[in-house]
Design a protein around this ligand. Sequence first.
Ligand SMILES: CC1=C(CCC(=O)O)c2cc3nc(cc4[nH]c(cc5[nH]c(cc1n2)c(C)c5CCC(=O)O)c(CCC(=O)O)c4C)C(CCC(=O)O)=C3C
Ligand SMILES: [Fe+2]
Length: 332
Amino acid sequence: MVYDAFVLLSFGGPEKPDDVMPFLRNVVRGRGVPDERLAEVAEHYYHFGGVSPINQQNRDLLAAIKKEIDLPAYWGNRNWHPMLADTVAQMRDDGVKHALGFATSAYGGYSSCKQYWEDIAKARAEVGPGAPVISKLRQFWDHPGFVGPHQNAVRAALATLDESRRETTRLVFTAHSIPVSMAKTAGPTGGRYEAQLHETARLVAGHDDWDLVWQSRSGPPQVPWLEPDINDHLEVLQQRGVTDVVVSPIGFVSDHLEVLWDLDNEAADTAKRLGLGYARAATPGTDPQFVTMVRELVQERTDGAPLQRLGTLPVWDDCPVPCCPPPQRRGA
Ligand SMILES: CC1=C(CCC(=O)O)c2cc3nc(cc4[nH]c(cc5[nH]c(cc1n2)c(C)c5CCC(=O)O)c(CCC(=O)O)c4C)C(CCC(=O)O)=C3C
Ligand SMILES: [Fe+2]
């Protein structure tokens, strides 16, 4: 297979206050989420001036990737400009025939993986004849270029806490909560989102003495999502005699709004109220190891370079069909 371009696939985020509500309506399109719920989430964005850091983080990542790979590199989002369909139209105009796509999510499951395949299919359908083919690069939860930066960040965060309390300091990993039904059907045999997160946590920690908990739950209260929430878990840890926590958001590749709001605001406040020492570990962002990982994932496909991986769960290039069905529409 000859690939003639690279495309960064991401979530997208607002870059000014007037973007916020239209962006949120795009995120929940077709789900029947009331504007009142969106207005609540919008406040998190307004707190940061209506600007999510995610787009700038992707511009920075793309610039770093361009220095590493020989292909023309593009960027398109699911929910905000640059929208993937506009990018695919540009790629067609530039004569691109078959691109490799890198999604800013390491794991399997509907929101993290399958939905990016859907984004590609929708964007290509919108562009119509002549739209380039886009093959998504594989999931990378156990790649040394993803695990390494998280590992260094955990070490750095731990170093900011009081060393005399190391015995009662707990390592807590977080990832985006998802509906339990979505977790059950993640990957070709189910449960893959949680299984991969457990594998990543074990690889980052280098031992088994940690907790994996969840953040950023949304959706109606009667729908079960993965639990416990990080804030509830901090209460439990404090009751058990834990004095300090290192919180490592292994579910994410950059310090976007869900990290800044849900961890640096909410969870940090909870820790303060409970008298817990708190250090949030960084995400990979544009760490050189992470950028090198992107190049190595490309080279797996272009040069048949060996798979770089630390774990043992199965990995594959193209999504087996059927897997990771979309969530049930509300009332459906
Ligand atoms: C697994 C997962 C990831 C990690 C993988 C990946 O990175 O892809 C992720 C990332 C992100 N989620 C983000 C933001 C939002 N997620 C929402 C809603 C939801 N997320 C879900 C799952 C995930 N989400 C789910 C099952 C829903 C509900 C159903 C739905 O509607 O799909 C909503 C709607 C409002 C609400 O109800 O809270 C918002 C605003 C941002 C942008 C942050 C920024 O702007 O910096 C990012 C990177
Ligand atoms: Fe989300």
